[in-house]
Design a protein around this ligand. Structure first.
Ligand code: SF4
Ligand code: MG
Length: 332
């Protein structure tokens, strides 16, 4: 596998009023292979969108590195950054909000090509707009209409056409189907899969729903309160989730086949999601973790590879703690 994106120990903190600091992204490390879909999943507010935006350089990083195709995204000059956006584009959750309501579909899709001066002549550009419309399952009759005339699913297709206008290699899709009806979600996922195959695209697919990410991802990273807590291949994550948070997320997904007896134990997470302004000491998940031990409040769990290509941040998998601290369950 060829790595196309490497994110290393990425931190993104925001300064708030009264000297407070919001730790939106805290020490996140992962890579994305060329041509794959990497799913980034977690509850809203866990830092997955901020991670996506920081990767694109839309936010300055606080520390760490984002290397795309050998280039450090946060050390690019303006010209390099401009060129970089031909390779990496973003699809947003609410395409209506990201599309200018006073622009026609044609203008919306052509805009990136104009900004980047792709075509010298307008009719070539229009041909490309028509081609893009067809690639996303729309047609040239849609070109002169306005985005608000379309359904949510169609608007997302327009957003995808616009994101594809510069022929990028990498797309960050931030909750691209979360606002759509369930029936439409599958259509958009299928479109993204088709485009990926045809164009060899790489996706960073952000979602809050693990069942959504499963259908499309090769590998998945699970985030909680700004931290990556588990990362592995899609099947491995579903078959053998290691982190108590992933286990809880998965136990909430019903098994679709009614003939299969669902004997899994439901893990109900108690307590509120803590604030990223004042995250718990030690393991950020400890206030809601059914397995929490004394060590969990004292020590930040290391990010370790416990099986091949299966990473987890949890003291339960720290061999050096075997025996003693593990026996002292908090509240047990
Ligand atoms: Fe739970 Fe402790 Fe593991 Fe955190 S480190 S997930 S609190 S067992
Ligand atoms: Mg978000």
């Amino acid at each position: 596998d060829e790595k196309i994106l490497q994110v290393s120990e990425l931190h993104k903190y925001f300064s708030m009023s009264k000297g407070k600091v919001l730790q939106a992204v805290n020490n996140v490390t992962f890579h994305v292979n060329k041509g794959e879909t990497f799913g980034l999943v977690g509850e809203s507010g866990c830092g997955k969108s901020t991670t996506g935006r920081t990767i694109m350089g839309l936010y300055e990083k606080t520390s760490g590195d984002v290397i795309y195709d050998g280039q450090n995204v946060h050390e690019m000059d303006e010209k390099e950054r401009f060129k970089f956006y031909r390779n990496m584009q973003m699809i947003f959750q609410d395409p209506y909000a990201s599309l200018n309501p006073r622009s026609t579909v044609k203008e919306v899709i052509a805009e990136p090509m104009e900004v980047h001066g792709i075509f010298k002549n307008k009719s070539e550009q229009l041909d490309r707009v028509y081609e893009l419309l067809e690639e996303v399952g729309l047609n040239r009759d849609h070109a002169n209409r306005y985005p608000h005339e379309f359904s949510g699913g169609q608007r997302q297709r327009i957003g995808i056409a616009r994101a594809l206008a510069l022929n990028p290699d990498f797309l960050i899709a931030d909750e691209p189907i979360s606002a759509l009806d369930v029936s439409v979600q599958a259509q958009v996922v299928n479109l993204l899969k088709k485009l990926q195959e045809e164009k060899g695209l790489t996706f960073l697919f952000i979602a809050h729903d693990l069942s959504m990410v499963k259908q499309i991802s090769n590998r998945i990273g699970v985030m909680y309160l700004g931290n990556m807590v588990e990362l592995t291949a899609s099947e491995a994550l579903y078959e053998k989730p290691l982190h108590p948070y992933t286990q809880a997320l998965l136990s909430a997904i019903p098994i679709p086949d009614p003939d299969i007896e669902d004997s899994r134990e439901r893990v109900i997470l108690e307590g509120e999601l803590p604030s990223p302004i004042n995250p718990p000491s030690g393991c950020v998940f400890r206030t809601r973790c059914p397995m929490a031990m004394e060590v969990c409040s004292a020590k930040v769990p290391e990010w370790r590879e416990v099986e091949q290509d299966h990473y987890v941040a949890c003291h339960l998998y720290d061999e050096s703690l075997k025996g003693h601290e593990k026996n002292s369950r908090v509240g047990a």
